[in-house]
Design a protein around this ligand. Sequence first.
Ligand code: SF4
Length: 92
Amino acid sequence: MALREIPREKIPWYPTVDADVCIGDRQCVEFCKNGVFEWDEDRNRPVVMNPFNCVVGCSACANICPVDAIRFPSLQEIRDVIRRLREEVTAK
Ligand code: SF4
């Protein structure tokens, strides 16, 4: 079964931002072309507004963040989730 056959919302892969570490340079918002982030003008921080627009396995925004404020789950964790979801579908 291909990954696309699993509803995206069932796969918890998306960034989280540590607002205390973030320096508000907007690089992640400008970098991500999938609209995962929006900018909170009041807080001067990014908001993960559309988490499931994030491409499963992509963590490029974390790599460009100069202060390492963006986190993702571990790839192993996501592999385990996908394996379990595939087993559930196969068992039906
Ligand atoms: S790239 Fe990092 S420091 Fe810049 S706004 Fe995004 S989370 Fe904050």
